[in-house]
Design a protein. Structure first.
Length: 249
């Protein structure tokens, strides 16, 4: 399935979605969202094996029927991490890059940055980009991350962090860029043994408060390496996001 490659791209995909039901099969410009993602990844990094881990026969048919590899996984998983772990027990990759099924504009540079960090020793890696829009910085759906001097995550939050204590009013675009306020992008990579560790960790208190699964890693004393990217990313979470994507395409 993956040949001699030690690194694989795994896309966990489930059909149920609270904010946008059946969004992965939503058609945009004559192609479902999941196929936009598949085509984009194959175009950007044709040398890295790409496999989808799904929980629904309809998704499996859509993906396999268009020439992409697919694995069925349990419908009981409550998060993508457990789905990835199950899939990799069947695949046996050493390094796993996790791209979501609703990231149709992911770039090759982003994927290679994630992979490079774990191949060079990080247990887990993710991406961030500098905020330039003050409205985005105030949006709880835009996750913030603060990073230490070794480029590891200190904390992720839906709140505005860092807090500008000496500023009056909201920070401007120049403030955000000058002080390197980072927006977290929900893409990850893992070493295989750490992926198993992660999937076995108990839910964290902060994770449950913020509804951010990556906080479980920090709460249990592990680190997450953060790569910085200038590439734009538009995840499709709502029908309005799908409309924006259609206009961009």
């Amino acid at each position: 399935m993956i040949g001699d490659s030690q690194t694989v791209i795994l896309v966990p995909a489930r059909l149920a979605s609270t904010r946008f039901p059946r969004k992965l099969l939503h058609v945009i410009r004559d192609r479902s969202l999941i196929l936009h993602v598949a085509a984009r990844i194959r175009e950007q990094v044709p040398d890295i094996p790409l496999i989808f881990a799904v929980d629904d026969e309809e998704l499996e048919k859509e993906i396999r029927g268009n020439g992409y590899e697919c694995l069925m996984t349990s419908k009981e998983h409550t998060n993508g991490t457990d789905r990835l772990a199950e899939a990799n027990r069947k695949i046996g990759a050493k390094y796993i890059v996790n791209i979501q099924g609703d990231e149709p504009l992911v770039t090759g540079d982003q994927i290679r940055t994630l992979a490079r960090l774990v191949e060079r020793g990080a247990q887990m890696s993710t991406l961030a980009t500098v905020f330039v829009n003050p409205e985005d910085f105030s949006d709880p759906n835009q996750v913030k991350v603060v990073i230490d001097s070794e480029s590891n995550a200190l904390y992720f939050s839906r709140s505005r962090i860092p807090y500008f204590r000496e500023f009056e009013g909201d920070p401007t675009e120049n403030d955000l860029v000058h002080h390197l306020c980072f927006r977290h992008l929900g893409m990850y990579a893992y070493q295989a043994d750490f992926l198993e560790t992660f999937s076995s960790l108990p839910l964290g208190k902060l994770e449950q408060l913020e509804k951010l699964e990556q906080l479980r890693v920090l709460e249990n004393g592990y680190s997450i390496a953060v790569g910085i990217t200038a590439d734009a990313s538009i995840g499709v979470d709502t029908p309005e996001d799908a409309d924006r994507l259609e206009q961009l395409l």
